[in-house]
Design a protein around this ligand. Structure first.
Ligand SMILES: *[C@@H]1O[C@H](CO)[C@@H](O)[C@H](O)[C@H]1NC(C)=O
Ligand SMILES: *[C@@H]1O[C@H](CO)[C@@H](O)[C@H](O)[C@H]1NC(C)=O
Length: 302
């Protein structure tokens, strides 16, 4: 080979590598799965339907918004009436059978869809979730009513006591989705014994090792907290914090909880491996803008 030939083959080689790399970067973009919150559905154009379109056009990947049931009406009702355990089973089967998701995907959960998606990660190893993003999720549950300023209003406090009394009855645990993540800090033992969803996925009763292992498979677990949230009480639940046990005024961060200190769910290990990401957004529940999404979440979606 003479000089010219060598140079030419080097150039061809470089171009080939460039093309390969370009292809690699492209193929690393994963599809996205969305799970809506309570009082919402997969596809309303002003909410998740709009988010889906936005992500599809900006990131250029397949975006699936999960629908529970066979119609928008069923999907809407399911947010209140289909037990999360059953929802997770249905979504697990559906996503496992979607060939476009076979190579893995990133997932975004909105409000209660956040803890349901985490349940999916823990219970459904047949899907491969790369990054899990929860927006305003309630990882430690709630103890309060939407838009009730619980610390200042007596009526709200009474309501809360009433719901708390009824939330742990078998009837409510079976029929009202929100009761399955009702978390009474005044009676932690009752919560642990009776919560038919959250206490289980948080390994409160006993440690299910497969939950720990499946959660570890995430690349990143990104929790977004809305700093002026009036829906999630306490708002620290969005970052996996909660009220300190035994009272309902003072809160504690995740790292102060027994769950973390005893590492019952493997979150401490994930934190040591820099897998936990805590983001905040100003504004009320799910009040984010497209610019905020672009600036804060796109790096986890591309
Ligand atoms: C642990 O979780 C897996 C996955 O959901 C489930 O199949 C298994 O029954 C659970 N183990 C116990 C002891 O509940
Ligand atoms: C919780 O369950 C344990 C074991 O079944 C039982 O001994 C205890 O009384 C229960 N506590 C409450 C508050 O329900």
């Amino acid at each position: 080979m003479d000089m010219a030939q060598t140079r030419l083959s080097m150039i061809i080689c470089c171009v080939a590598i460039c093309l390969l790399n370009a292809h690699k970067v492209h193929s690393e973009k994963l599809p996205i799965v969305l799970w809506h919150g309570m009082g919402d559905t997969c596809c309303f154009p002003f909410s998740l339907g709009g988010v889906r379109k936005f992500l599809e056009s900006e990131i250029g990947v397949y975006v699936k918004s999960v629908e529970i049931g066979n119609s928008i009406a069923e999907d809407f009702k399911s947010g209140y009436l289909v037990h999360p355990n059953q929802q997770i089973e249905m979504v697990c089967a559906e996503l496992s059978n979607d060939a476009k998701l076979n190579n893995g995907f990133n997932a975004i959960g909105f409000s209660q869809g956040g803890q349901f998606l985490r349940g999916l990660v823990q219970r459904c190893p047949t899907v491969r979730i790369n990054n899990l993003i929860t927006l305003g999720g309630q990882h430690q549950g709630v103890f309060g009513l939407p838009n009730c300023p619980s610390l200042s209003s007596r009526t709200c406090e009474r309501f809360r006591q009433l719901l708390n009394y009824a939330a742990y009855t078998e009837l409510m645990q079976n029929f009202l989705v929100q009761a399955t993540y009702w978390h009474d800090p005044l009676n932690e033992e009752k919560y642990k014994n009776s919560s038919s969803f959250l206490a289980d996925i948080n390994n409160e009763r006993f440690i299910n090792q497969s939950y720990v292992e499946n959660l570890q498979k995430l690349n990143k677990f990104i929790m977004v907290q809305f700093n002026k949230d009036t829906i999630v009480q306490p708002l620290e639940s969005q970052w996996f914090g909660y009220y300190k046990p035994g009272q309902d005024k003072e809160t504690q961060g995740l790292k102060e909880t027994e769950l973390f200190i005893e590492d019952r769910l493997g979150l401490k290990k994930m934190d040591n491996e820099n897998k936990l990401v805590f983001l905040q957004c100003e504004g009320n529940h799910l009040q984010f803008t497209k610019e905020w999404l672009r600036e804060n979440l796109f790096i986890y979606l591309t």
